[in-house]
Design a protein around this ligand. Sequence first.
Ligand code: SF4
Length: 241
Amino acid sequence: MHPATRTAIYRRLRAANPAPTTELEHGSSFELLVAVMLSAHTTDKSVNAATRNLFPVANTPAAILALGVEGLKPYIRSVGLYNTKARNLIGLCQQLIERHGGELPADRAALEALPGVGRKTASIILNMVFGQVEIAVDTHIFRVANRTGLAPGKTPREVETALLANTPPQFRKDAHHWLLLHGRYVCTARSPACPTCILRDLCEYPRKTPVRAPRPASRRLRRALLAGHDLNRRRRQRTSA
Ligand code: SF4
C-alpha cells in the first residue's frame, strides 16, 4: 500500500472518531487491567455486565484477593471461561501485591508474567496506561489490517510488527482503537459494510460487499403506479377539455 493511502485511511478514521477509546468500562488502571484480562474470548458487553457488579464491591488487588476464587466467581459468571479467569485474577492480584506493591508494572515482561495476561493485554495496558506506542492485534484488527492492505500478515504478530513499522507516527497511539472499532462495527467478519464504509475507495480488499441494486418494484406496486398515472392523465384531459 502506498504511504499516502495509509495516511488517508488513518485521517478518515480520525475524522470520524477523534478520540477513540476502549468500550470496556473502567475507572482506574487496575480496573482496566482486570477488564481487559476478562475480555479474552468474550464480548466487552459481558465483561461490562460482570465488572458493574464486581467493581463497586472490589476494585483493588487487595479487595479482589480477599474475595478468593470462590467468592469472585459469582461476579464474573457472565464472562466466558470464568472458572479459569477467576483463578488467574486471584493469582494476578497476589502477584501485584507481592512483587509490585499493588501497582501495575510499566514493563512488558512483568505484565506478561502476571497470570492471565498475554501479549495483547500487556500491549493494551502499555498503550493506554503508560502511553507507549503499542498496537495490540486482536481478531478485528487482524482482519481489517489484512483486508485493507494496511498491514498484511499471516499471524497477529506479523500484523503487529507491520503496523508498528508502517503506521505514520501521528496515528500510532490510537491506531489500535480505530482499527478495532472499524472491525467490530463496519468491517465485520461475515458481512463487511463495504457499500457504506468510509474507506471503500482506499481499501484494497478484492471481495468487497457489492452495492445492492434497488429491488424491482413488485407487481402490485407497479399496478398501483400505473393506476395513479392513468388517473392523473384522465384528470389532465378533463381540465383541458
Ligand atoms: S471497504 Fe469493506 S473490506 Fe474494506 S475496510 Fe471497508 S468494510 Fe472492510
